[in-house]
Design a binder for this molecule. Sequence first.
Ligand SMILES: Nc1ncnc2c1ncn2[C@@H]1O[C@H](COP(=O)(O)OP(=O)(O)OP(=O)(O)O)[C@@H](O)[C@H]1O
Ligand SMILES: [Mg+2]
Length: 556
Amino acid sequence: MLGIMLVDLGSPLVIAILIDHVISLGRYELLVPLMVFFLLLPFASAACRTVSDYTITLLGQRVIFDIRLDLYRHIHQLHCQYIQNATTGKIMERIRGDVQQLQTVLTSNTPQLLVQVVTGFIMVVIMLTLSVKLTLMMFAGIGLYLVNYKVMVPRIRKIQRRYRRKLDRLSAYSQERLAGTLVVKSFNRERLESRNFIKRNFLAERVFHRFRATNLTYTILSGAITWGNYAMVIVVGTLLVIRQEITYGAVTAMVAFSFRLLYPASLLAELSNQLQQASVSLDRIFELMNAPKDIPEVGQKRLVSIKGDVVFDRVNFQYETGKPVLCDLSLEVKAGQTVALVGQTGCGKTTLVNLIYRYYRIDDGRLLIDGHDINTLDIHYYRRSLAMVPQEPIIFDATLAENIAYGKPGASREQMERAARLAELGPVLDRLEKGLDSRLGAEYVTLSVGERQRLCIARAILANPAILILDEATSSLDTHSEKLIQVAMERVMAKRTCFVIAHRLSTIVNADLIVVMDGGRVLEKGAHSELMAIPDGRYRYLYTTQTDHSSMARTT
Ligand SMILES: Nc1ncnc2c1ncn2[C@@H]1O[C@H](COP(=O)(O)OP(=O)(O)OP(=O)(O)O)[C@@H](O)[C@H]1O
Ligand SMILES: [Mg+2]
């Protein structure tokens, strides 16, 4: 910083001394020291610049890293509803694009601007001592400059914000369509998708062009103002020299200074653009940071070992106000029991098991775990006793072992292998060359949906939970594998409370309790034989139609 200032402030002064003292007054003994000083200036400046650049970049990187980490952490704590509503693409754009924007400004330009502002301030002080009149005239120019800034910058900022919103949408759109590329292909929509992409890209580009145009107007105006200022200094300065109010040297220095003031001014103009972008990005980062967090962690109670009694006591729940999903639902499940949830799609089965995880707060009614209200429990501690095989199997880009042990990081390889074989993943293990160490993911081994589902089952088995939730865990399996897995699962399920959601009723006939749901309410509940005994019962109807279909399928 010092080096940059030295060159900016030092060289005009050296020129002034050269003209006024060496040339006009003939003090030639000053010539050599002045020349040496002049020659050394760039070296000193380069050294200082290297040190400052290094420190600034390092600091900037640190700050950016911290922001990125905070954002990432925060996203994991966001309210489930917010995450479900925001597309991954939009959130990614903030972590990537907006943070990048900040990084550019923080590491490259803002420090420079800071140096320039300080140098500019010192320049003004020196100029005042050289000529008050000329300096005041330059102030008029600066005034004009500020007016320009105040008028144009809010406009630029508004357009900039729109541009980033368009980019968000573009990013969300491409993320979604790329993820669904097979659907796109299957319906022959490639050309249409490209066209849609071009359209969205074009819309974003149009906003960008408006942004560039406004920005250009601003840069040209501020350039014209600074240049006009420079010209005025030469004209008025010459007049003042003729009237012998100031020396030649002073006027040369003033001209050099006004020329040098041009640089910080034009830099400010160029930088304002980037600062605008950064402040928009910062706003957007803060918006994400201020997004509603997961329900507050009020509960402190840590249950050392959970038995697995689950009681829904007149529970009402809705995702959005006015659209109740669970109505006055009561259900009592004893530790170790297996409960099957049955019902039409959309009747609230997944919602019910999500509540056991306490992803959402219950509006009305109570949910008791081993007799304790779920809201009084320390949620992270409590969730350790749960495991779920979700409706849509989720596999991470990692090895098979890492995927299986996701819920129990310290597990031994024997434990992992046992869980995998229990979940009927044995054939997959034997097929893969590297066994448990095979890497899964798009670029590596890809698993079929059924295999993924079994992997999720293995993950849940290994976690050894007190409460196990299977959300249509066997829906993608063929009847043969389903039978195999059923036997294994019954062994696993025997020791714990299990919630099983299944559309294929043959898989749940042995459940201790079958709950038939309809529109968020419990329609019937009881064991298979009890429900079959109800003459016009829904379960009886569903079961007989399903078995009729399958027996028909067998005979044909
Ligand atoms: N995050 C959400 N925000 C708003 N509404 C939701 C949300 N998740 C589910 N719903 C709504 O709640 C209702 C119950 O959904 P849920 O996923 O519990 O059904 P389900 O019984 O599991 O259905 P399926 O058998 O198809 O899995 C549906 O009408 C659904 O539209
Ligand atoms: Mg569901």
